[in-house]
Every structure is written in structure tokens, then in C-alpha cells.
Design a protein around this ligand. Structure first.
Ligand SMILES: [Zn+2]
Length: 59
């Protein structure tokens, strides 16, 4: 996932901005990590560069 993409992504539940936590990155691409919503206290995983922005019950 391109790092700057976090600026246009929002929490699917509350639409608030997400915080990007990077575990692994390559050439400004996030390979592994997660997006965090501080309002919902919810984490959305980034797996193989793909952000999984689904509420828990839809995964
Ligand atoms: Zn939220």
C-alpha cells in the first residue's frame, strides 16, 4: 500500500482519519502493518500491501 494513501482512507465505521502503523515497508510501500482508528479502537490489517478496511463482522 502506498504510504500517502492513508491520507484519503477513512475508518469504514466512523469515517475518521486512520493512523498508519508500519511493520514492514519497501520503496515507500507498506507491505505489512495496520491502520488504526483511535475513535473505534479498531485495527485494520495491511496484508501483502493490501489494506483490509472491513468492519470485523464482515471479514
Ligand atoms: Zn472508526
Amino acid at each position: 500500500m502506498w504510504k500517502n494513501l492513508v491520507k484519503i482512507l477513512a475508518c469504514p465505521i466512523c469515517k475518521k482519519d486512520l493512523l498508519l502503523i508500519v511493520d514492514e515497508e519497501r520503496d515507500n510501500d507498506v507491505i505489512k502493518g495496520y491502520l488504526y482508528c483511535s475513535r473505534c479502537n479498531e485495527r485494520y490489517p495491511i496484508e501483502d500491501g493490501i489494506p483490509v478496511l472491513l468492519p470485523l463482522d464482515q471479514r
